[in-house]
Design a protein around this ligand. Structure first.
Ligand code: ADP
Length: 488
């Protein structure tokens, strides 16, 4: 099958969160299943700074956008580690900026994000016609590429080139829908009726890109089975009714882990490699890391790690509310994150109050993320909602025990450890409040003192195979079924 995958971030070229991880590894996994996979990504300035080797495949092209004629080029990445064709859409006005979605100078979203990603979607459709490459499946991800199915079923409806192409939308997080002022809708070059009241791209008086994707894609995937149910109920962020209406076309496929990046046996970023057969490296990581960040190494005390975007979703509020109780215990904690300045400030205040117990780092730092995975005993994810969650899956591999709120993908991957049977791989709490979180952390901390049980628990997680093998196969089967029989 010919599969086009479009997205706004792809690791290692550009990543701000889980979307980047997924689009950095799923294409390769689908290629290994015998497909011809090609990915499309904007050529952001941050990518340009990496000076990747590329070859120009389209040197001059232009689109007639409502705002005027916009030129673009297309570069093909020359990456010897990848068998996937990776295409970069070049337009300096839209993508040659310091930030990806946000302007670092003002810390606010670029005001023309609607235009930027509408252009990206249209350039992809234009480019593949110029290259005469007809995909069987176009797989779009989140709101940024949600306009592709919209353009295909409106403006391009009678275009024979796309006659047999089917579309699949993966929703990585319902909380980000790409909502814009309706006044700007005309910049997208789409029929007006889409944003009339109750139109296919209108919600609560705004233009809504994700709603367009949900309305027009042939199939919809979200990143865990539990989240697929949740978004039809209380986690639909205003689109639950529409999602319920499309329930027959909606399914959950859990993300996979790229073990070429996240494996303590091979990880180049950590202090010592280790695996199930020899766990001594895990201790080395903890000691060296604590020394590095200025906390005294104490093997009898659990080190709790967090790597996260600092937004309400991630349950940072629970940590702030329970801080006194949390830090009166004998624990050590390290938090790496970027996001809301208010949360950074409050966490930073806590680290000043508890200098021997808490260290905070407010930066996006891939190496530090790996070190925290390897050094920590416990990985905390108290997310209010969590579509899939990747760090709990990375944590398993690193023998770092996840303590999580039982929602979305966290509920689908973490099972409560039972000291009697020795089964389970982590600790969960049901209610989203600080008391439940502290109780789960307490259970974990108590078990940490039972060395034999703790090692059993670590190994239960390390043994899991959460690679892309199974999930890529699920995508592959979905694509094949759609291509063979799905109605357009
Ligand atoms: P989300 O996509 O909601 O941010 P996920 O758990 O799906 O959450 O994925 C987050 C990814 O981003 C993980 O790979 C995590 O390690 C990474 N990450 C988040 N914040 C940082 C940071 N400050 N530095 C480095 N990596 C980070």
């Amino acid at each position: 099958m010919k599969i086009l995958i479009a997205g706004s971030e792809m690791s290692p070229l550009v990543k701000t969160g889980g979307l980047g991880d997924v689009l950095g590894s799923l294409p390769e996994a689908l290629q290994k299943l015998g497909n011809d996979v090609r990915t499309f990504l904007p050529y952001y300035r941050t990518i340009n700074k990496l000076k990747p080797k590329t070859q120009t495949v389209i040197s001059e092209a232009s689109l007639n956008m409502p705002a005027g004629k916009i030129d673009y080029q297309v570069e093909l990445l020359l990456d010897e580690n990848s068998s996937v064709g990776q295409f970069l859409i070049v337009n300096d006005i839209y993508f040659g900026r310091e930030g990806i979605y946000f302007d670092p100078a003002t810390n606010s979203e670029y005001s023309d994000n609607d235009e930027r990603y509408a252009f990206f979607c249209r350039a992809i459709l234009d480019c593949i016609q110029k290259l005469n490459w007809q995909p069987d499946i176009i797989h779009v991800n989140d709101w940024h590429t949600s306009l592709i199915p919209v353009y295909l079923k409106t403006n391009e409806k009678n275009n024979k080139f796309f006659e047999s192409t089917r579309t699949v939308l993966t929703i990585h997080n319902m909380a980000y829908q790409g909502k814009f002022d309706k006044e700007r809708f005309e910049l997208l070059g789409l029929p007006d009726d889409l944003v009339r009241k109750a139109g296919k791209m209108e919600s609560f008086g705004q233009t809504n890109f994700l709603k367009g994707g949900i309305s027009f894609s042939d199939k919809i995937v979200t990143v865990s089975q539990t989240y697929a149910k949740e978004i039809q109920n209380d986690q639909g962020c205003g689109l639950e009714k529409l999602l319920k209406k499309r329930a027959n076309d909606l399914c959950g496929i859990i993300n996979g882990v790229d073990y070429s990046v996240w494996d303590p046996a091979k990880d180049k970023h950590i202090f010592a490699n280790y695996q199930i057969s020899n766990l001594s490296g895990k201790k080395v990581n903890k000691i060296d890391f604590l020394n590095e960040i200025g906390l005294s190494p104490r093997s009898e005390v659990p080190l709790i790690g967090m790597v996260t975007r600092l937004v309400e979703q991630k349950g940072i509020g629970l940590i702030l509310q329970s801080a006194q109780k949390l830090f009166e215990r004998d624990i050590q904690m390290v938090i790496l994150g970027t996001g809301e300045k208010k949360l950074e400030h409050e966490l930073s205040t806590l680290s000043v109050r508890y200098p021997d117990k808490l260290k905070t780092f407010f930066e996006f730092n891939e190496v530090l993320a790996h070190k925290i995975e390897a050094a920590s005993d416990i990985f905390l994810m108290p997310s209010k909602f969590e579509p899939c969650g990747l760090n709990q899956m990375y944590s398993f591999k690193y023998g770092t025990v996840p303590v999580v709120h039982k929602v979305g993908g966290l509920a689908d991957t973490v099972t409560e450890f039972d000291p009697e049977t020795g089964e389970g791989n982590g600790f969960l709490f049901d209610k989203f409040n600080s008391g439940s979180m502290l109780a789960a952390l307490n259970r974990a901390s108590l078990l940490y003192q039972e060395k034999r049980s703790w090692i059993k628990l670590m190994i239960n997680g390390m043994k899991l195979d959460l690679s892309w093998n199974k999930s890529a196969r699920s995508y592959h089967d979905l694509f094949i079924n759609l291509f063979n029989g799905g109605d357009k």
